[in-house]
Design a protein around this ligand. Structure first.
Ligand SMILES: Nc1ncnc2c1ncn2[C@@H]1O[C@H](COP(=O)(O)OP(=O)(O)OP(=O)(O)O)[C@@H](O)[C@H]1O
Ligand SMILES: [Mg+2]
Length: 421
């Protein structure tokens, strides 16, 4: 039975929703409230499966209630209802932890499908968390409280040239993994001009620079105060001023990743573009390295150089994923040319979609959330499958098309338009 809590200032709406929900055999209304404070108290007591909250509640509005409940009730899925369907309001609701947004007036059937979807999602999330995702917030209540003991893995997203889509990939990948219920962290190691905050709509109060300057990168409390949370992931943001980047040392990176492995099932690093001591440290520690290139001659040439550096560093090819991002439709090379030049048959690809990608950056809502079935999201889920195969049982592909391993290319002798390196 799905237990639903409803909060709305209007008694008429409470009655209508209760009547509609009452027609379903497997859904029941476990409580109602007409103001925000009542909603918080009752939800904490009743722990519903799904809470349906109106934005215009008196005393504490629906978004404030959402923020609080998503902190304390990790197994309650929240649906926001609102007369106002402004994009910004939807975005804020999602940032606070709501899973769905219903514009008023809505049809009864829409409401029921939304409740079922949110309930299913929460169930899936809890299953994954019990398998190892949330560090013991479910399951055995006799398990010791305190620091978690996950053995999470780390994936570094890197590129040999700026602007090829590294941050787009890192943020959407982290959010995709988070959306599948895996506890996921994201670190902006693009320390001088990091963009993760912008892509996720976070305004940093504390950043990696604060952790580093107090040598507290592995301190659980300091980390908790520094994480910014959005769309189901916890992010550590790059310093606010470029000169603060120097505060972060290789020792900090090593200690930080050690601490994050015990808190997150997956940690995604949005890496720097240049090879520095810090990049080498991250490369050494990462379980998987995702190299992003676009289709331009310069980017592919530099990627080839980077792969040669990896060979010299003895980074095993099994740890590498190469992703060709069709960032610019006026591209210089074909996929086959890239495969041939890089000698990398398993090249993954990300489709071009200016409209979706740029809108998602502008609205700070990653496209894997706003358009999970789009081609470009499908590309991200393909990468997610490589990073986290356990999240993709064989019979259950990602949200859209099965994540495809790219077909074996024909070995082409076609010469590229630039000198061999
Ligand atoms: N698949 C895509 N389709 C269309 N446009 C894309 C795609 N991927 C990325 N872009 C565009 O490329 C821009 C650069 O992306 P992003 O900021 O992720 O690059 P980056 O590699 O992180 O850059 P930097 O080196 O500055 O960190 C985006 O703002 C977006 O406009
Ligand atoms: Mg970037």
């Amino acid at each position: 039975m799905i237990r639903v809590f409803i909060a709305d200032a209007s008694q008429r709406i409470l009655d209508n929703v209760t009547t509609r929900v009452g027609k379903e055999d497997d859904i029941m209304v476990c409580g109602t409230a007409r103001d925000g404070e009542g909603a918080i108290q009752e939800c904490l007591r009743l722990q519903p499966d799904v809470a349906l909250l109106d934005t215009g509640l008196p005393s504490a509005d629906g978004l404030q209630v959402t923020e609080l409940l998503s902190q304390y009730l990790q197994h309650t899925g929240i649906i926001i209802m609102s007369l106002d369907v402004e994009q910004d309001l939807m975005r804020r609701a999602m940032l606070m932890g709501a899973r769905e947004f219903l514009g008023k007036p809505f049809k009864g059937d829409e409401l029921i499908s939304s409740i079922r979807r949110v309930y299913k999602f929460e169930q899936k999330k809890n299953e994954l968390a019990t398998v190892g995702g949330d560090g013991g917030t479910t399951g055995d209540s006799s398990a010791p409280a305190g620091p978690t003991t996950l053995k999470g893995s780390v994936a570094l997203v890197i590129s040999a040239k700026g602007g090829v889509g590294k941050t787009v990939v890192a943020t959407n990948l982290a959010v995709a993994l988070g959306s599948m219920g895996a506890k996921t962290g994201l670190v902006d190691l693009s320390l001088q001009f990091g963009d993760v905050a912008m892509h996720l709509g976070l305004s940093p109060k504390r950043t990696l620079a604060d952790l580093a300057s107090s040598d507290a990168v592995a301190d659980e409390d300091a980390l908790a105060q520094t994480f910014g949370g959005a769309h189901g992931v916890k992010a550590l943001l790059a310093p606010m001023r470029p000169e603060e980047a120097d505060l972060i040392t290789t020792g900090h990176v090593r200690a930080l990743l050690g601490a994050l492995r015990s808190q997150f099932l997956y940690t995604i690093l949005d890496g720097p573009t240049h090879i520095s001591e810090l990049t080498l440290e991250a490369l050494d520690l990462a379980d998987m390295v995702i190299v992003v290139t676009d289709y331009t001659i310069t980017s592919v040439k530099n990627t080839k150089n980077l792969l040669q550096v990896f060979t010299r560093l003895k980074i095993p090819p099994e740890r590498l994923v190469i992703l060709a991002n069709d960032r610019d439709p006026i591209k210089g090379l074909t996929r086959e040319m890239i495969i041939s030049h890089l000698e990398w048959p398993e090249l993954l690809s990300l489709e071009h979609d200016s409209q979706l990608v740029n809108t998602s950056i502008h609205n700070a809502v990653p496209f894997v959330i706003s358009a999970p079935t789009s081609a470009v999201s499908s590309g991200i889920f393909t990468v997610a499958r490589q990073v986290a195969p356990d999240l993709f049982p064989a019979a259950q592909p990602g949200p859209k098309a099965p994540a495809k391993t790219e077909p074996q290319p024909k070995k082409t002798k076609k010469r590229l338009g630039f000198a061999r390196t």
